[in-house]
Unconditional design. Structure first.
Length: 517
């Protein structure tokens, strides 16, 4: 699977959304997950007028055309032809049942399942844990011959193999004979959605996850708002209830998607701070800043960690907590907030000599990191809020996602320091260039594979609609959503800043149209 994500710009949220949706017209719908509350039943993304026929088109390398392209292809003599009464055969009822449902939408008929031996023209799906060294957690083997078979070492691998089968049979009923061992090149293959200031319906979220699964994308970064018990005055405009969070979590599990939940803090917090003026940062002229949390106040740490706990309970089983950290002083300056330097002066036990206001930001990130780790999670932040120079060092086990050329610039790494998720596949960090690390950029591993928080090549880059569409199978296209739905909402003032419209009931949650399928 050559999911190559070379661009990492958080600003183009719409492009990230469109990346998972641009091919929806060619993606067969997966059955919905069973968790309440269930949304309205969606029409399949592919409704067959007639069963596809003909030979599946080939790439210039001679492999059957898929998204992403197969890692390799070894041709053989002959071809697989889908039988008129073809079944989906396998021991796992969930895998066979889901694949049969998808193929039913493509073929325009009911596809039977079974556990008996496959016959000519059947489709096979299998899980073989003994092949984990070869296939990993998400890879699979595809064999086209008298039958069409995928084998994964795990359920996830077999699931992705099933998506390849759907892609192939959407294009034709004949697949050239051959074999592929298709293993993803990148561990994290992500899409980003900002649902913090607009309402994205559950139907749209499920459709996004289906499209992600079809394109073998496995991580959904979701900056969103959860209905809060700890901060009830923030429960207005766009948010998800705990029941809706349970539904989202169930879909993520079904479609083998890891959720990275974010509450952007300590900047971009107007959706949370609007009715909590006592938590807002106040400048030297006494003006309260609705976007910014005053991290010199103890209540700031309480708010950030209480929200993290609420999200962890509502979206269980996720390994990361993303606290944002970007653009805290966007268009502003620490010089306008004397309380930062006063905080440094008042706490010599924390801050070394000559520390500045930026060290308070680093201290706050590290303090949140310690709390997040105590809960068994890994902290992620954006890069641009990290000061270019500071006396305090940012904790090395924080995952820093480099999306903007601001703040510390990544450079070739030396020792396994903090992880930088950079737009290119090279290892970078802020460590002094004195000794080499064991990443792919610096040299072969000296021991076991690095953990997700060790310095490593970039593995997650947000998908881009344009690059995915370029490799799409032939088929109708859907216009992408507006360039940036985060800033295209009725919740925005004319100048683009967030506000609560006059006369709006704080408990009202407006419904916005679904994003394009």
């Amino acid at each position: 699977m050559n999911n190559r994500h070379r661009f990492g710009h958080k600003a183009v949220v719409a492009a990230l959304t469109a990346a998972a949706m641009a091919l929806a017209s060619t993606a067969a719908a997966l059955p919905g997950a069973s968790a309440a509350p269930a949304p309205a039943v969606l029409a399949p993304a592919v409704v067959a007028v007639a069963a596809p026929s003909g030979t599946v088109p080939l790439t210039p390398a001679g492999a059957p055309q898929t998204i992403p392209g197969l890692s390799n292809w070894t041709p053989a003599t002959g071809a697989f032809t889908l039988g008129a009464g073809a079944r989906v055969v396998g021991a796992d009822a969930t895998l066979t049942g889901d694949l049969a449902t998808q193929l039913g939408s493509v073929l325009g008929r009911t596809v039977a399942t079974g556990t008996s031996a496959a016959v000519v023209g059947d489709i096979e799906i299998a899980v073989d844990p003994s092949r984990s060294a070869e296939l990993g957690k998400e890879g699979y083997e595809l064999k086209s011959g008298t039958t069409l078979k995928v084998t994964g070492a795990t359920d996830a691998g077999a699931f992705y193999g099933a998506q390849t089968i759907v892609q192939l049979l959407t294009q034709g009923n004949v697949v050239n004979a051959g074999t592929s061992t298709d293993v993803p090149r990148y561990q994290e293959r992500g899409v980003g959605l900002c649902a913090c200031q607009v309402t994205i319906s559950l139907e749209s979220l499920e459709r996004t996850m289906k499209d992600m699964a079809y394109n073998k994308l496995n991580q959904l970064w979701l900056e969103t708002k959860l209905k809060s018990d700890a901060y009830p005055k923030a429960n207005f405009w766009a948010y998800y209830t705990k029941a809706e969070a349970a539904q989202i979590t169930a879909w993520a599990k079904k479609y083998h998607i890891q959720l990275v939940l974010e509450v952007n803090s300590p900047g971009h917090m107007r959706p949370w701070l609007y009715d909590y003026p006592e938590l807002q940062l106040v400048n030297k002229d006494g003006v309260k800043k609705e976007e910014q949390l005053d991290i010199t106040a103890p209540e700031a740490f309480t708010m950030v960690t209480k929200l993290a706990d609420e999200y962890a309970a509502a979206f269980p089983g996720q390994p990361y907590w993303h606290m944002g950290g970007d653009e805290y002083m966007m268009g502003d300056s620490y010089a306008n907030y004397p309380q930062f330097q006063a905080f440094v002066t008042a706490h010599p036990e924390i801050f070394p000599a000559n520390s500045g206001p930026g060290d308070v930001f680093v201290w706050f990130m590290n303090k949140v990191n310690a709390y997040v780790k105590s809960k068994g999670k890994t902290l992620r932040i954006w890069n641009d809020g990290v000061p270019s120079s500071s006396k305090l060092a940012l904790d090395k086990d924080i995952v820093v996602e480099h999306w903007l050329n601001s703040g510390p610039r990544p450079r070739p790494c030396s020792t396994p320091a903090m992880t930088w998720k950079t737009p290119r596949s090279r290892c970078t960090s802020t460590a002094p260039a004195t000794t080499r690390c064991s990443c792919r950029a610096c040299g072969p591993p000296a021991g076991p594979p690095a953990s997700s928080t060790a310095a490593a090549p970039s593995r997650r880059r947000p998908a881009r609609a344009r690059s995915l569409a370029r490799n799409s199978p032939p088929g109708p296209t859907t216009p992408p959503p507006p360039r940036n739905p985060r800033w295209r909402s009725s919740s925005l003032a004319p100048n683009g800043s967030w506000r609560r419209p006059p006369g709006v009931d704080p408990s009202r949650r407006p419904t916005t149209p679904d994003l394009p399928p």
